[in-house]
Design a protein around this ligand. Structure first.
Ligand code: B16
Ligand code: MG
Length: 215
């Protein structure tokens, strides 16, 4: 079935905020005396804030109560939000805007499908506040990727069937979510070696719009 809509993940696909998440979690882990590195961080990609915290706490030497977990997640989010203040349109990955423009010219609908509850702030900061035909984010769903909920909501908001949509993801959990939702998938960045995705590349702009839409 022809691709009629493209659903883009936000952190790590549209912009570089995946790095900001890492630094905020690293600060929390250091403060708590918990070992954390970039490899462990890969498992936090695309998954919700609380699910990410659980990944970090796997290395903790003591257990944390639900109340402590909620406070840690809030502290992390405050660090993260602080770093978002310096976010500008320069954080958009090279070529992404041009690719989206080209898709638009071909009447492809564009949506964001992100686990992040900070999606509205980020889109404003990078100058894409009103750009998308639909946005589905962490505020609209209860299930974390690899559950397809966020992409199904995005497709529904675009008025398209799941099989008419292609998802672009940098997280293994996100690629899995797209496939679980019966959508096509393009894996980029950290997920670029995920053989389950029919399209794989360093970043969105590395594959021509022609090839992406022919997936
Ligand atoms: P927040 P994406 C995801 O965004 C991040 O990849 C993931 O690391 C983060 O935990 C999640 O958003 C929740 O973010 O704490 O801002 O609600 O990649 O799905 O755009
Ligand atoms: Mg991502």
């Amino acid at each position: 079935m022809a691709v009629k809509g493209v659903i883009l993940d936000l952190d790590g696909v549209i912009c570089t905020t995946d790095e900001y998440h890492y630094h905020a979690w690293k600060k929390i882990a250091d403060e708590e005396g918990i070992y954390f590195d970039k490899e462990i961080n890969e498992r936090c990609r695309g998954v919700s804030r609380m699910a990410s915290l659980e990944v970090i706490l796997e290395r903790a030497e003591r257990s944390y109560s639900d109340d402590e977990k909620a406070k840690l997640a809030e502290r992390k989010n405050n660090y993260y939000k602080e770093s978002l203040k310096e976010l500008t349109p320069d954080a958009i990955f090279p070529g992404v805007k041009e690719h989206m423009e080209e898709m638009r010219r071909r009447n492809i609908k564009l949506a964001v499908g992100s686990a992040s509850k900070n999606t509205p702030t980020i889109l404003e900061q990078i100058g894409l506040g009103d750009y998308f035909d639909a946005v589905a984010d962490g505020n609209a769903v209860t299930k974390s990727k690899p559950d397809p909920e966020v992409f199904l909501v995005a497709a529904q908001r675009l008025g398209l069937k799941p099989e008419e949509c292609l998802v672009v993801e940098d997280a293994v959990a996100g690629v899995e979510a797209a496939l679980n939702g019966n959508m096509k998938a393009m894996a980029v960045g950290s997920a670029a070696n995920d053989q389950r995705a029919p399209l794989r590349a360093k970043d969105l702009a590395s594959i021509s719009v022609d090839k992406i839409l022919a997936a």
